[in-house]
Every structure is written in C-alpha cells, then in structure tokens.
Design a protein around this ligand. Structure first.
Ligand SMILES: Cc1cc2nc3c(=O)[nH]c(=O)nc-3n(C[C@H](O)[C@H](O)[C@H](O)COP(=O)(O)O)c2cc1C
Length: 406
C-alpha cells in the first residue's frame, strides 16, 4: 500500500464540503496513513475540531499565534514533517492566498513554507470556480507545481445549483494521493492501453435488453493496475454499478457495436486488454417502441444476429496493438477453448477462466485464471480480482518489454 506509513498534513478550509473531510480522514487512515489535521477559522464553522481530531487521532492545529503549538511543533515544522500536504476542501479564498503568497493565518503560512508536494481538492460554487480570478489563481498554482484533484461536476450541496465545483470524492482524493506518493517502478510509462470491461446491453425495445452477469470488476481492476504501472489507459465500460477507476479515462457505452466503435477509434495503442463480456448476438431489429403484450397472441420471436467480434477485429487490425490480450469465459474445456481462441482472434495472450455458476467468478470478487500464450499455459491460484489484475499488468509489462524493448 502506497500510503502505509505516509504522513499527511490535511488542511481543511471553510467550504460546505468540509463535512466530506471527515470521511477522507477515515479513508486515509484505513490505508495506513497518519493524518495531522489543520483547520482554518472558516473550516471550524462547518465541522468541529473535536470531530476532526477524534477521527485523525491527532491534535488539530488551528492557530498561527498559539504559544503551545508554536513551541511544540511550529508552523515551519508542520510544513516539513510530512510526506504530503493535502488541502481538502480548498476554498477559492485559500487558493487565492496561495497563488499570491499571502500568509495571514496558519494554513496559508504553512502552505507558503511547504517543502513537500501539495495536492489541492477545490470545492466551490460553479460560478466561483469559473470566475476569472479563480482561473488565474489555478493557472498560477499549477505553474508553481501544485497538483489538483477535481473539482467534479454535479449537484452542489446548496439546492438547485449544479456544474463544476463539487469536491472530488474522498476515494478519488485518496487515489490521487497514492499516485503522487507512489515511487514504485513504472515499466509502462509512455505506453498507451485500451481496456474493455463489463457486460453489453443489447436492446430488445426501449425498455428491455439482453445482458449477462459480468460486473466489470476484473476489467476495471486491470485498467487501474496498468495505470499504476505508468500506462495511459482508456477504459471502455459497458453498463456496470461500480465506480470508474481513478487515474484512467473511462468511456461508457451500452451496446457491442458502440464498444467496437470506441475501441477502434482509440487505435493505435500499445496494449489492448479485451475483458468485457461482449454479447455474441443482438436482436436483429430492435423495436423503437415498447413491444406490447397482445391478449391471445403468441410471444414474439426474438431473432438474433451476430455482434461484431471486437477482440478479433483488434487482433487483425492494420493498427494492431503490439500486445493483444483477450479473455475467455468458459464453462467447459477451458484450456482447449482458450487455445483455439488465441489463434482464431489473433491474440498474444488469452486469460481463460471457468465461469460455471459454482465457481462464483462471474460477478464475484475472486478469480482463478489460466494464462494461455504461444509459450504455454500458466495456472494461477485463486486470487482476489485486484491481485489477478496486478499480476497480469506486471506480466503485460514484461511481455511488452521483451517484444518491443522497453
Ligand atoms: C454556507 C457557506 C458555504 C460556503 N461554501 C464555500 C465553498 O464551498 N467554497 C468556497 O470557496 N467558499 C465557500 N464559502 C465562503 C468561505 O467560507 C469564505 O471565503 C471564507 O473566508 C473561507 O475562509 P478559509 O479559506 O480561510 O477557510 C462558504 C461560505 C458560507 C457562509
């Protein structure tokens, strides 16, 4: 875990999103980080130092001119005795102070004295975020090397307002902090990858569709694992209920034909990992109107037609990626079917798994796979899907390196 043992100085400023900082503290601590909180006077109007201190299990720093705090830790040490300074939420006012080098309270003074990476999670009304002064301040801060996460688009806490300005979700802030502090190897830096994930929905009519039980967990985890090794990843996701992975560009689609179009439009890339459980067939002519049940009439027949084969298209494309990895979800003769698929689809590697209902793999959180390539077959043990993703990303990096020279 990248955050294990890391010391984070969390500066909370006075925005309505300060309530989310309480959850953020929990998420950071869950991952092994130590959180030292610092609150502006504004922040204390929204959440109490008591709640923040209790969750952080540390003293809450609030006052620049506190005799005890100055003797004990001091504002300069606060700025230095950490691995990362995280400002969440960051108000327009605090960013303005940072951009102009003001130091009239503890937060702004510590930020001016900062010798460690600073990650800012802005949160404000969309009009404030779009204001010319805020745009100038953000540009200045980016030029000064300050890193940003968010803000996100959506509903504001104040009713009736929507737009860009919501603070990034705590888990996205955690992921950004992890990326910033991750000093692990980046064998895929400079490489591009496309990953598909989830099921497809093939419409019967505007309200009904044909689907499958894929959850997207494995594909999403692979996208995140490739990004963690430095790749620039586009994830093309069918309809799923899990969140988009952080650090990855996610494109949402419904149907196989849409998925194919997005994948092809992103070529050329170095790596393609086709994990999505793409429907083999779609309804030949889906109805534009809801099909009505007519009393006394037989049920309508569902005439199916073949969907595009995305893996095969990518495997034989003129812009074929240097490494093409396919998934084979089988319920029998897993290895044999996987080998046949490798040849038929023009893939370099097939990750084959047994998705018989008793394995609980489809839609579950664990996976047991066989890696089939022209070099042979490797049987991996039963692992959480995240662990399969990490192992696969490492194998992809190694194979790509051997193939084109990393
Ligand atoms: C109810 C309320 C909500 C506010 N929400 C925000 C906000 O989300 N973002 C922001 O930049 N300022 C917000 N403000 C304004 C800041 O609190 C104000 O600019 C304050 O001076 C910020 O001080 P600080 O940055 O030192 O905490 C809000 C003010 C009020 C009264």
């Amino acid at each position: 875990m990248t955050l294990s043992g890391k010391r984070i100085l969390l500066i909370i400023s006075g925005g309505i999103a300060a309530y989310k900082s309480l959850d953020l503290i929990r998420r950071l601590r869950e991952r092994g980080a130590g959180v030292r909180p610092l609150m502006t006077a504004g922040a204390q109007q929204f959440v109490t130092p008591l709640a923040v201190g209790a969750l952080a299990a540390d003293h809450v720093f609030t006052d620049l001119f506190s005799r005890e705090d100055e003797q004990d830790v001091g504002h300069i040490r606060l700025a230095r005795d950490c691995d990362l300074i995280l400002v969440a939420p960051a108000t327009a006012e605090l960013m303005a102070k940072m951009a102009n080098g003001l130091a009239d309270d503890l937060a702004s003074t510590v930020l001016l004295a900062a010798a460690k990476p600073v990650l800012v999670a802005p949160a404000m009304n969309p009009v404030m975020w779009g204001a010319a002064a805020t745009r100038r301040n953000v540009a200045t801060l980016k030029g000064d090397g300050i890193r940003f996460i968010g803000p996100a688009a959506g509903e504001m806490a104040e009713s009736g307002e929507a737009g860009i300005g919501r603070m990034a979700e705590p888990l996205d802030i955690v992921a950004a902090a992890e990326r910033l502090l991750d000093d692990g190897p980046k064998p895929l830096a400079g490489r591009t990858a496309i990953v598909t994930s989830g099921p497809t929905h093939e419409p019967i009519d505007p309200v009904r569709y044909i689907a499958n039980r894929s959850s997207g967990r494995q594909g999403h985890a692979i996208a995140a694992a490739l990004a963690a090794l430095g790749a620039e990843v586009t994830l093309v996701s069918g309809p799923v209920t899990i969140p988009d992975p952080a650090g990855v560009t996610t494109v949402h689609v419904e149907r196989a034909e849409e998925m194919r179009d997005v994948v092809i439009s992103r070529l050329p890339v170095d790596i393609a990992v086709m994990v999505a459980a793409v429907a083999d067939w779609r309804v030949a002519s889906s109805s534009g109107q809801k099909i009505k049940k007519q009393p006394g009439e037989a049920p309508p027949p569902l005439l199916l037609t073949e969907n595009p084969d995305i893996l095969k298209t990518v495997g034989h494309h003129e812009n074929r990626p240097a490494l093409v990895v396919g998934f084979a979800a089988e319920t029998q003769s897993v290895e044999e079917n996987g080998r046949a698929k490798l040849e038929r689809k023009g893939a370099d590697m097939i990750v084959a798994n047994d998705v018989s209902p008793e394995t609980g793999i489809m839609g579950g959180s664990r996976n047991r796979v066989k890696i089939i390539s022209r070099d042979g077959v490797a049987d991996w043990p039963d692992l959480p899907k995240d662990a399969v993703a990490e192992r696969l990303a490492a194998l992809i990096a190694e194979t790509l390196g051997a193939k084109i020279g990393a």
